[in-house]
Design a protein around this ligand. Structure first.
Ligand SMILES: [Zn+2]
Length: 147
């Protein structure tokens, strides 16, 4: 399966990193608003509150209400919810078993690793249709302002 491509502006990529630094040592999470499948373009973000009280350091969860709110925000901008982002405090930017168990095919999953409150690597993934594994997705960071 060939890698898919994700386009994102430098500004939005930095916002994801900043969100991860702000919530450190807890995970941040949010929705990716944009359009297209491959290449897919990220044109907006919808930050979410991590509602997990039991283990906010290493578990994020998106509720059905979050999905509805994110879809409403996307529609208002003429976009779709095309993925989700979250941070991995003091862990590599690779999907965990938990991430796989809670992911849906088609969406893009951006993960940013944060070490000592400083954002590190940012990666993107898509769950394979058989839901057995993630495939890495190439992130093309575009210079210049977001649309
Ligand atoms: Zn994760």
């Amino acid at each position: 399966m060939a890698d898919t491509h994700l386009k994102i502006s430098r500004e939005l990529a930095d916002k994801i990193r900043e969100h991860g630094a702000e919530t450190y040592p807890h995970e941040c999470c949010g929705a990716l608003l944009g359009k297209g499948n491959d290449p897919r373009e990220i044109l907006g973000l919808f930050p979410l509150v991590n509602r997990r009280d039991d283990s906010p350091r290493n578990r994020f969860s998106v509720t059905s209400q979050d999905v509805l709110d994110a879809e409403k925000a996307a529609r208002q901008q003429g976009l779709d919810v095309v993925g989700w982002y979250h941070s991995h405090p003091d862990h590599p930017a690779r999907p965990s078993q938990y991430d796989r168990d809670h992911a849906w095919p088609w969406y893009s999953y951006i993960i940013v690793s944060v070490a000592e409150a400083k954002p590190q690597d940012m990666t993107s993934w898509r769950l394979n249709d058989d839901r057995e594994a993630f495939s890495p997705e190439a992130i093309d960071v575009q210079q210049g302002a977001a649309v």
